[in-house]
Design a protein around this ligand. Sequence first.
Ligand SMILES: [Zn+2]
Ligand SMILES: [Zn+2]
Length: 186
Amino acid sequence: MGPPTHRSARQIHRQHQKPLQHKKPPARPQKRAKETPYFAVFEPFQIIYCQSCKDLVPTSSIAIGIHLQGPCYSMPPGPKLDKAALQARALLTTTEDDRNMIRRRGELNKLAAGADMILPEVSWLRPAVNGYFCLLCGQPRRNRVVLREHMRRVHDGENDMWGTTLVQSFRNAGADWLTFRVRRRG
Ligand SMILES: [Zn+2]
Ligand SMILES: [Zn+2]
């Protein structure tokens, strides 16, 4: 960097005017950023998704780095990629690294089963579809065959205790990965 440049009279004037022109903004609680240029947090489930393809991305800087190298951002390995991956990982400070995606999926499915987890339809995901949910544990699925499979496996072969519901899903690696209940907005 060179020596400090001389400020123009106009800039100085503007600086002096600033306190007069703008009242101090009202004190707001400090809110941590929930997105980077590439990824963002979906808060109801505390998951990280790609801002480009909207896929859920595992909560680990390695997995995020792999996604950055993929078709969404085609970022070559190097310090820029490492920084972007660490920034995205830092969006979720209280969530452990996803090392076991099967366990993680189980945890998220449990969350999605909660009666309070009927969210307003998310406008930037694929539109809501008519799906099904388990009346015994609340878990939603897009597909009745898949829900029946859940009932057979988890509820001892019970296969008649289901209701219908609107659902949306996050994908990961081309497959529906997390399905949750929604209601239409408005
Ligand atoms: Zn993506
Ligand atoms: Zn169930």
